[in-house]
Design a protein around this ligand. Structure first.
Ligand SMILES: Nc1nc2c(ncn2[C@@H]2O[C@H](COP(=O)(O)OP(=O)(O)OP(=O)(O)O)[C@@H](O)[C@H]2O)c(=O)[nH]1
Ligand SMILES: [Zn+2]
Length: 376
């Protein structure tokens, strides 16, 4: 043993032992360091499986537990606990409590209608965002690009899965794969079929040991894919009784599903929709080659409309940049700008209310001073 090596302490060894049984849930050694201070306080690592009301279900090394989340509530929805979070649990009392969340590596955020904040996290610590696209309908590349923008924005690595490949004969399938690849730079595109099993082993190998989410339109074949990856019968939807015992029932699917080869799949109903949006940097990543072209324009503030030396117009003219892709890029930028403007307007209105409130309380206290009354 090298002279300067440090012998693990007992608690350190215990922690490693504990967390190794969480590795099936995606725990990896870099989390050991982040968790060490909590381990020193006697807290236990866990992965959040689902959240409902002020309770959550979590996976620990010694099995599933239910815990209260009250100690970590926040006025900022971005800090609310969500499926996929790594948490520090206090198992010392009744009820068990979530004391802290580890910093998130990635987050899938949806815009909310709440006045106070811009987003709500739907899933945390996701490595792969799998965009499922059905080959049963005509391939809509604009929609693929839109999903990819959301996927990139989360910080996770996107992956496109063309489902139901059994419905498309071979030469056509090759073209569809090539078209999708051209619309998805930096993204692996796979054809899969739950009927023939094509591509499933490759997909399982990519997702193995990581945390993934499935995105895609209704009917894209996501549930079928989940079942194929889990190697089980269709997901049971089950009703669970709320802990307050008042008879309210919550129908839940299982939100965080351990994969047979290690790693987990997060499949929450909220995640499936396309409602989440605000993905400016995501758009830039989907259309990386356009951003690159724009950097080659003669004028750095080129609007790519009629400027001399415009690399984008040049590429459109010689066909290296397809017109469809350019228009899709502009459309997504416009859509994003509208959302950004709405968010700005909301923040602006909030700020104005706050100024008015302060001005009013300032006036009240000035009047109070003059009149010798105490401000209310
Ligand atoms: N031929 C063929 N059909 C498939 C395949 N995968 C799914 N389907 C069919 O496609 C339909 C939709 O599949 P689902 O898995 O329910 O789609 P989903 O994306 O989960 O839909 P939502 O739950 O509405 O989001 C079903 O009728 C499936 O049987 C496949 O690989 N081949
Ligand atoms: Zn230009």
């Amino acid at each position: 043993m090298p002279r300067h090596s440090i012998q693990p302490t007992r608690s350190c060894r215990r922690l490693t032992l504990l967390n190794s049984s969480l590795s099936g849930y995606g725990w990896h050694s870099t989390l050991d360091t982040a968790f060490a201070p909590y381990a020193a306080e006697g807290l236990v690592p866990a992965r959040i499986v689902r959240v409902y009301g002020d309770l959550c279900d979590a996976a620990t090394a010694s099995g599933p537990v239910r815990a209260g989340i009250a100690p970590i509530t926040s006025s900022d929805p971005l800090k609310w606990v969500c499926t996929g979070d790594w948490a520090a649990l206090d198992l010392g009392g009744d009820p068990f409590l979530v004391r802290a969340l580890l910093p998130r590596s990635t987050a899938i955020v949806r815009n909310t209608s709440t006045r106070r904040s811009e987003g709500q996290v739907l899933a945390a610590n996701v490595d792969h965002a799998v965009v499922a696209v059905s080959l049963a309908a005509e391939l809509d590349l604009g929609r693929v690009e839109r999903f990819l923008a959301l996927a990139w924005e989360s910080g996770a690595q996107p992956l496109v899965v063309l489902t139901k490949s059994d419905l498309v004969p071979d030469p056509a399938l090759g073209h569809l794969l090539a078209d999708t690849e051209a619309a998805a730079p930096g993204v692996q595109v796979l054809a899969v079929s739950a009927v023939t099993g094509e591509g499933l082993d490759v997909l399982a190998a990519i997702l193995s040991g990581t945390t993934s989410v499935l995105l895609g339109q209704s009917g894209a074949g996501k549930s079928t894919l989940v079942n194929a990856l889990l190697g089980e019968e269709p997901q049971q939807v089950r009703a669970i009784r709320d802990a307050d015992g008042k008879g309210r029932h919550t129908t839940t699917t299982r939100d965080l599903l351990p994969l047979p080869g290690g790693g987990v799949l997060i499949d929450t109903p909220g995640l499936r929709g396309v409602g989440m949006w605000d993905a400016e940097s995501g758009v830039a990543q989907v259309f990386a080659e356009i951003e690159e072209l724009a950097r080659e324009c003669r004028f750095h503030d080129c609007a790519h409309t009629a400027e001399p030396g415009c690399a984008v117009l040049g590429a459109l003219e010689d066909g290296t940049l397809p017109q469809r892709r350019w228009e899709s890029y502009l459309k997504l930028l416009r859509e994003n700008a509208r959302i950004a403007a709405r968010t700005d307007a909301r923040l602006h209105a909030e700020r104005r209310r706050e100024w008015k409130r302060r001005a009013a309380s300032g006036r009240a206290s000035a009047e109070a001073k003059r009149g010798g009354r105490t401000p209310r």
